[in-house]
Write a protein that binds this ligand. Structure first.
Ligand code: SAM
Length: 371
């Protein structure tokens, strides 16, 4: 995007799925962290103006609405919205100065405000939203000082818009400079630059491997990025956002990191919801007969198959952990309730063993596969 102002003329249809995930997740997340009785901070490091010119709300307003709901239920909340473009910042100020929550706006590069965020993280639960326009606007280690606090027991979660396809496009554009006689020059300054954005050299093989199909490349890259994030977060899940179902390359991937199993399941549910809404729009609404691809049809036997696979992989474990393992291995395909139903069924059918009867959900019951 040459001119960042153009981006905000109108909200693109696929951006709505990105917003849907953010919005859908925040509601149960905020209700959950409110129980910790700590003040809540939501940071939007790439805030934009708050509202698009077509009237659609931008992320700061989506976040503020959710914060207001939980504030009404007694929570102490803060939104911290950072924007570096002075024109957009002015609009952000105008759009947020009358909000009925504490909305703090900051002009400048979000990196200049990391100390403030790190300081607030000592006393607040923190959710960080990172939504750049270009892949080079976010270096992998930019948030290190915030994530590093996870070791000290602070609560931080992150939702990142990973510009996977644009990343691959950009690095392929430098191929002639960095690949000599079929070998990548690992010490080339451009290679180091893109290593810093990706968080490691894993992208090199993906970007220049002619055997991978285009959609596979973006997914592999997102997987690689998610693996790097596991340095900090126990649970990381990704979701590709597409303009059209049949498009090989997604527009980008949404990546979520948290160390709380409950948060992973909530985000998985938000991503499943976005995925199903997208399928509904593409194949069900306005069609006389639903014509979605076979793999998008929800089949209880498929869910049971996934649970059995997960159980064989993790061995004897708790109900909650079995469901989480199935979720992480297949995000975002089925919800936690669908997995619960499958677990119950499998225990009743004696295809899974358990120290509970499987008539109701028992998170701590032990479950193991039949030999
Ligand atoms: C994709 S837009 C954000 C859209 C916004 N999240 C929304 O949904 O309404 C990215 C924004 O981040 C801003 N930006 C880019 N680099 C930044 C940085 N280092 N610090 C703060 N803002 C930045 C851009 O000016 C642009 O407004």
């Amino acid at each position: 995007m040459d001119n960042v102002l153009d981006f905000f003329r109108e909200k693109k249809p696929w951006s709505k799925y990105k917003d849907l995930i953010l919005d859908y997740y925040l509601k149960p997340y905020l209700a959950k962290v409110n129980k910790l009785k700590k003040p809540i901070l939501v940071v939007d490091c790439f805030a934009g103006p708050g509202r698009f010119q077509d009237g659609e709300p931008g992320s700061p307003l989506i976040i503020s609405d959710r914060l207001l709901e939980i504030q009404k239920r007694g929570a102490k909340v803060k939104g911290l919205y950072i924007e570096k473009n002075p024109i957009l910042y002015k609009q952000l100020e105008t759009n947020s100065h009358n909000l009925p929550i504490l909305a703090i706006t900051r002009l400048g590069d979000f990196r200049e405000h990391l100390d403030e965020i790190a300081d607030l993280a000592k006393t607040h639960t923190v959710f960080v939203y990172l939504d750049p326009i270009k892949p080079n606007e976010l270096l992998f280690d930019d948030m290190e000082s915030i994530y590093a606090q996870l070791k000290g027991g602070v609560s931080v979660e992150t939702l990142i818009n990973l510009m996977s396809t644009n990343f691959l496009r950009a690095v392929r554009g430098i191929k002639n400079h960095v690949v000599l006689d079929g070998l990548i020059q690992t010490d080339h300054e451009l290679v180091s630059k893109w290593n810093r954005i990706a968080g490691g050299p894993y992208w090199q093989q993906i970007a220049f491997d002619s055997h991978l199909s285009e959609d596979n490349c973006a997914d592999q890259f997102a997987k690689g990025y998610a693996n790097q994030l596991r340095r900090w977060f126990k649970g990381v899940i990704t979701y590709p956002i597409r303009e059209k179902y049949e498009h090989k390359s997604p527009k980008y991937h949404m990546i979520f990191g948290s160390r709380y199993p409950g948060a992973i399941e909530l985000m998985n549910r938000a991503m499943v919801n976005a995925r199903r809404q997208f399928i509904k729009k593409c194949f069900i609404e306005g069609h006389l007969f639903p014509n979605q691809p076979e793999k998008e049809i929800i089949k209880p036997e498929e869910i049971e198959k996934i649970i059995l696979q997960a159980s064989r992989k993790v061995g004897k474990t708790t109900w909650a952990n079995l469901r989480l393992s199935a979720t992480i291995a297949n995000p975002p395909t089925y919800t936690d309730s669908e997995f619960n139903r499958a677990i119950k069924e499998l225990i009743k059918e004696r295809l899974l063993h358990s120290d509970c009867p499987g008539t109701k959900i028992e998170e701590n019951a032990l479950i193991w596969p039949s030999p």
